[in-house]
Write a protein that binds this ligand. Sequence first.
Ligand code: NAD
Length: 489
Amino acid sequence: MINISDFVDVRALPNHMVIGAERIGANQRELMVVEDPATGSPFAEIPAGTVEDVNDAVATAKSALEKSWKSVTPQERGRILSRTADIIRRDAERLACIETLDSGKPIREAKGDIETAAQYFEYYAGIADKLQGDTIPLGKDFISFTLHEPVGVTVHIIPWNFPLVTTARGVAPALAAGCTAVVKPAELTSLTAIILADILMEAGLPTGVYNVVTGKGSEIGNALTSHKDVAHVTFTGSVITGKTVMQSAADNVASVTLELGGKSPVVVLKDADMDAALEGTLKAIFMNAGQVCSAGSRLVIERAVHEQMVEKLVQRSEAFDIGHGLQDPSLGPLVSETQVNIVDTYVAGARERGVEVATGGNRALVDGLEEGSFYQPTILNNIPVDEIVAQEEIFGPVLAVQVVDSAEQAISVANSTDFGLVAGIYTRDITKAMHFARDVGAGQVFINQFFAGGVATPFGGVKNSGFGREKGLAALASYYQVKCVTTRI
Ligand code: NAD
C-alpha cells in the first residue's frame, strides 16, 4: 500500500487560485476536491472560480501588460524564462510526484513531462530577444519595416492528461513574445499550473503577468473565451469543447489555436524493423494509459506481418504490471471513474457488435487498489474502417488493429477518419515512407519512431484535430502580430 506522504507533503499543496498578488483560497469559493485516481482518495482541494474571478484575472493581466511587462526588455524576458526552466528542474521530483497523484500517470512519465516543461521555457527563453521584423524594399522614396508586437492578454485552457507540460507549451512562447497569460487548468489536474505561478514569481516574473483561474470550464469557460480584453485563446481539449471555444471567441474576434483530439494511425509495412515497430506501437497506445491526444490508437498493418505482430502485442501487454503511478508500473490508472466508464462503454459496444477482443476489454482489478480507476490494456483486432472504435477517440488503453494489403491501402485507411493530428509509419523503404508523409492528412508525421520530435518540432492538427501550431518557432505566430510601418522620405 502506498503512503503518499512518503512522496509529497500534502499539507504544502496549493489550494488557491492566483490573480496578480492575490491568492484566493478554497475556503473562499465553492470547493473542488482533488482525488488520487489510483485510490479514489481525496488529497487536496481547490476553489471553483467564478465569472468575477475571470474578469479580475483578465483585468490584472491587461494591467500587467501595460504597466510592467512591456517595460521589461526582451533580454530580461529571456532570462526570466531561463530561470523558470532551472527552477522547474530543481523542483522536478516534487512536481512529478504531484503530477502523478493528480493524473495517475506512472512517475517516470511524469518526470518526463516535467523535464519537457522545463525545455519549453528554455527553448522560448532563447527566442525572446530574436523576434524581429523585416525591412521591405519599396524603392528609394520609402522606408518600410515591420514590428512584432505582442497580441496582448492570452488565455490558455488546459486538459487533464498533460497538465504542466501543456501549460508550459502555451505560456512559454506567449511570455517570450511579450504577452500576459490567464490559465484555466482542467478541473481534475490544476495543481502544477498553480505551483508554476510561484516558480515564475521566484524567477522574477512581474506580478499579474501569469494568472490561474481554477474551476469548471462549463461555468467560467465562456467568460474567459469571449472576454473583450482577451486577444488569443490557446485551447487544448476535446473537439466538442473546441467548437464552443471557437464560437465564443468569435464574439470578441479573438484568434484561437485549437489542439483537439485524434485517432492517429501507426502504419507497419511488411518490410519494417518489427522489433522497433512493436516497441513503437506499445508506446504509442499505452503511454499515459492511452490518454494522449496524439496516441497511436490504430495499428494499420500489412497482412503478411499482422498475426505475428498481434501475438507479440498481446503477450507484451498481458505481462504489464498495473498499479499506483508512484510505484512506476507499466500502466497506471485512468484519470477518473468517468474516463473508465467512457472507455468501457466503447469496448462493450464493440464487443456487442461482434468485434474481436484479442486481449483486455475490462476494468483491471489491482490488489490493494480496489477503488482505483484502472483499465486493462486492450487490443481489438481486424477492425473495419467504419467501425466506431476505428473512428472515434476512446482516450484509453485501447488499440484498434486494421489489416491492409499494400502501402497504398495503408494510406487510405490512415486517412479514413475525421481526425488528422499525427501519423506514424514503420518501413525500410524510404520512397514508401515519403509517399506516406506526403499523402497522409496529419500535422506531424513520424517515420520509424512514434512520438519522434520534441519542443522544437511544430505540433497541431488538420481536419477535426484542430488548427494553429504549438511548439517550435511556429507557435510564436499566435502570440505576436505584425505591424507594418511605411514612410515616404
Ligand atoms: P475537455 O474539452 O473536456 O476540457 C478541456 C478544458 O476545457 C478543461 O480545462 C475544461 O475545463 C475546459 N472547458 C470545458 N468546457 C469549456 C467551455 N465551455 N469553454 C472553455 N473551456 C471549457 O477535454 P478533456 O476531457 O480535459 O481532455 C481530453 C481531450 O483533450 C481529448 O479529446 C484529447 O484528445 C484532447 N487533447 C488534445 C491535445 C492536443 O494537443 N491536440 C492534448 C491533450 C488533450
